[in-house]
Design a protein. Sequence first.
Length: 361
Amino acid sequence: MGRDAGYSLGKPGIAVPRHFDRPASLPLFALFALLPGVLLLAACLLGGPWIWAALIWMGGASQAVDTVVARGFADPQGAEGPKGSDGLSVILAGLHFVLLVLGIAALVAPGLGVVAKLALFLGLGMFFGQVSNSNAHELIHRGSRALFRLGAAVYLSLLFGHHVSAHRLVHHRHVATAQDPNSARQGESFWHFFPRAWIGSFVAGLRAERGRQGRRVSPYLVWVVGGVVLCVIVFWLAGPGGLGWYLALCLYAQMQLLLSDYVQHYGLARGLLPDGRPEPVGPAHSWDAPHFLSSLMMVNAPRHSDHHAHPGRAYPALRLGRELHSRPMLPYSLPVMAVIALFPRLWRRVMDRRVLRMRQL
């Protein structure tokens, strides 16, 4: 496969994805977002081949399909998502909590061997980091207070509650500027970005919350104390082994969340207006990935630039805007690009020329 397989060329040097004739339907989102969770549910309860089926699907099969087919769905006509979109998000959040409990129980159970436990850990961690994260991200942008709190609870369960504050109050405001800890600079490796973004977003989110008026209790009290309480509960119910698996799952999920931020904003920067302020956020400030299977599984999180332009837009209504040929497009699906990002030299070989191309437009 060529580096831009499945793509045609728009303006010189800019890849434009080929696409299917129709937009994605809600049943397709439901099928492919729920499928890995159902496989993992069977893996936790039944073990055996179900563990490997879940791992193979999460860790290779879906990415291979996206790489070979390399097509995206057509943009939807309307700006509103279909009825039932929020319902699917609620189901996915419920599945997240069930898998977190059953997953830790299965990992501490004596019946599984070391290799099977590692395989189950990887499958669960990828689900939490890719599907649960994408779905929680969707929920914290919904207008409903109940949906927002549900999304926040998912992040809190992954010991990443501060992301709720930092993402909405810092990242969306300062994306693609030096003031955003979660926007990766060109030439910065993921391994340098990860601790910088984790610590930087925690501090920046705390400052942003302190600057808001009318708050009696800072959400950071919930994020920090809630995380400690969850760790105590896990230790009480599952012992030190269960706490160890829980902390490892949370770290793995957090790593994938920040991998997503790293990939989706790498090297892109907003220009300055005559008064010194950054230009408005536009399609040129996020890398999109149109690939259909990962988009379904991750509830359209790879359509990232439209999300930044319309944060409240429901996931089925997000658009790629193929008429704008100069917008940044990733050559492979978001999960594949996240793997490439783990290898800095390979990442720079793939991405730095694309960043340069965007800056020359």
